[in-house]
Ligand binder design. Structure first.
Ligand SMILES: [Zn+2]
Length: 162
């Protein structure tokens, strides 16, 4: 599923990309352009702006008004509304910075670009062919998993209530 995300939802955009979804985002994009992109590229508009959401709906576009305040709540909302799986598989991820599909790279290729300790402790790496960022399941991964777990719990509670 492809998304266009308003400027208030930068963090959520990075999550969506990590989960493998095509999410367009720019802090420079105005409302008119958001609506035009949603229409022309058949993208779902995600927004925190109620009036923008209403404009999108009035024009027959797919849009979703994001209400949650934490990342976990927002992820749970998206999972509930769009059936998005709350998992990150780097084989399918897109670059959180630029939305390009990541590619698995052999350690030798990135040797010069990451710290020695990182090379020592991790074996699997992915890189972005567009911006050159390199990714691995490092220490921060614990936090990522915790947020996904929290989102799953919120989702389960909501599902049980309805
Ligand atoms: Zn990139």
């Amino acid at each position: 599923m492809n998304f266009i995300v308003d400027a208030m939802l930068g963090k959520l955009t990075r999550w969506l990309r990590m989960m493998g979804h095509d999410a367009k985002y720019s802090t420079q994009i105005g409302d008119a352009e958001l609506l035009a992109t949603a229409k022309n590229e058949d993208r779902v508009l995600l927004t925190r702006d109620l009036s923008l959401y209403q404009q999108a709906i009035a024009r027959g576009l797919s849009a979703f008004y994001v209400e949650g305040t934490t990342e976990a709540e927002r992820l749970a909302e998206l999972a509930r509304r769009f059936g998005i799986a709350l998992i990150i598989d780097l084989e399918k991820s897109r670059c959180p910075h630029c939305n390009t599909k990541l590619q698995s790279v052999p350690k030798e290729e990135i040797e010069q670009k990451v710290e020695e300790n990182t090379l020592k402790y991790y074996t699997a790496f992915w890189s972005c062919t567009n911006c050159g960022s390199i990714y691995w399941q490092g220490a921060h991964w614990k936090k990522i998993r915790a947020t996904l777990e929290e989102a799953k719990e919120i989702l389960e509670k909501k599902t049980n209530l309805s």
